[in-house]
Design a protein. Sequence first.
Length: 674
Amino acid sequence: MMCQRWTGASRSARNALIWLARAVILASAATCVHAQGQTTPGPAPTQVPLQDFFRAPDVLRPALSPDGNHLAFLARASGRLGLAVIDVERRTSRMVATLPDADVVEHYWVNSTRLAFVSGNASDPVGQINPWRTGGLFAVDRDGNNARRLALPYGDGSAVVMRPRVTRVLMPLNDGSDDLIVSVNERSYDAIDVYRLNTRTARKTLLSYDNPGDVQSWALDRAGVPRGAISMKGTTARTYYRADEKSPWVKWSDGDFREPANGAVAIGYDGAIYGLGLRDRKVIAGTRGTASLLRLDDKGQTQAVLASRDEYDMISPIFDPLSRKLAGVWWNGERQTITWLDDRWAALQRQFDAKLPNAVNLFTPPQQSRRMLVYSLSDRSPGTVYLYDFQSAKLEFLIDARPWIKPAQMAESRIVKFAARDDLPLTALLTVPRGVPAKQLPMVVIVHGGPWVPGYTWRWDAEAQFLASRGYAVLQPNFRGTTGMGYKHLLASFKQWGLAMQDDVTDSAQWAVKQGIADPKRLCIYGASYGGYAAMQALVRTPELFQCAINYVGVTDLQLFHSVTWSDASDSDFMRYLFPIMVGDPERDAAQLKATSPAQNADRINKPVLMAYGGEDRRVPLIHGEKMRDALLRLGKPVEWMIKTDEGHGYAKLENRIEFYSRMESFLARHLLR
């Protein structure tokens, strides 16, 4: 296999795609990143500008059309992300869709001539789509014509509804039609149905008319027929399966949602049933209870364990549409990883890893045998896209996601492992400033949002790299409750907001101190959403450990989850049934919720605080910030306040992000660099 570098010095046809992509996004040409992570010689600035870390990437989520002739990707357009398409054969390009007040955050090839796309806020700190702030689901032809709005999550858009109807793409059909398979919570706010949606007429055909009830997730066969279902009502979870669209649903399991049970997640081309579950239905002492990829029989019993890791959950199976076989399984460990179960794809993975060393190199089998994309990323590179030609076996550079980011100027990151005080295994992403010894450094501990979301893996992180460029070591812990780390790791987080979950963050910081990496007198904690809560709770629970805290759109009062009725979780099944178990019962656990609510313990906070909120936030309403701020001010405590009235759960506008991180930079310098 050959690996060919397309250089910026030539304007020949071989590098036309690079220049077409940059023309589409109106970005100036910049130094390219070589496969080995080196940059072409040139003067390096003493400090990377703040905005370079937080402006939108030039290219995001590139995807080839089913026939391999066109490349769709998200690209910058007037400060927002839009949808662009390049004709790979003709070397022509165009922006095909932009939205005036939202980003395009996802896109799908419906067929080789039509695309569907989803709008949202690309700056959501939780890393998910903000349904209250989106325009929903759209479709457009690859030439920009025949645009159609397919779904809005909140009626006609004339008012904000707290609990919107949300349409999500489950899978393209790849059958040549203009249809998608989607899920919609149309018949119930708290459960979803499956529809076949025509992207030209917006007409939906209900496929789950015999829904077994309260379904939260579906398993589809390769033709888009619902064959497996997982339902939830109250605290009871049930799994179902049916042999085909005309067969009745058969219940596989019925029990408490905290008990492990096999459920179908995908149906193979040959009808094989695949599930994610425990290798042994009983959680063995000393194991983490991670999810394995299983082949199941029609009664839900395990026939074979296909892929498994002791430390991490398998996430989703990957199929080869040409051979019509199971090809591999995706999982997130220390790095994003695909375990290949097919020798051909495993051999290609080894070749790519040899040609692109010290990087994570990801690809999935295409729908044609001509070309495919390979995504390469590392701790110092935000991501590079390569085009692989099957006939010539050439791997050709296509474009960098952020060409202005030079890996040689970035800091090194690595995953570290240690144990919590109760011996629960933990990991964290550690980033140390470039060119200085990892000893007695000022450190910022960043706590992720969620909290029940995937954690930090080895990759480029904008916030960590920004802070490292300013001289701070950064530690990003995967505390208990971080998903992908096993059944026991998740259950250990229940009713532990501000308690064991908080102790994990504390133990992470103390590990860095014991290792001599962090200066114990120069620690600050920062987080967004749940991470903002943890930052404030750190000053309550361990006032001696951190010198300051930064709270970005964070929860501050756990009892407000129930009393505030204008959040997007209000009056939901989650709040009625799961919140009392996962966070705390508002009546039986009232004392615990009060003790673990920073806004009700402001008298214990004696360190400076920076808080930033959005006036239109429906995930964590503004009252959380105002109540915390007012409690601190009444007590004469130091607090720095930032509010953007037209922003939501995370600042979408670049100028607001720059202002926030500028204030963070000044705040940290005052309190950690004295």
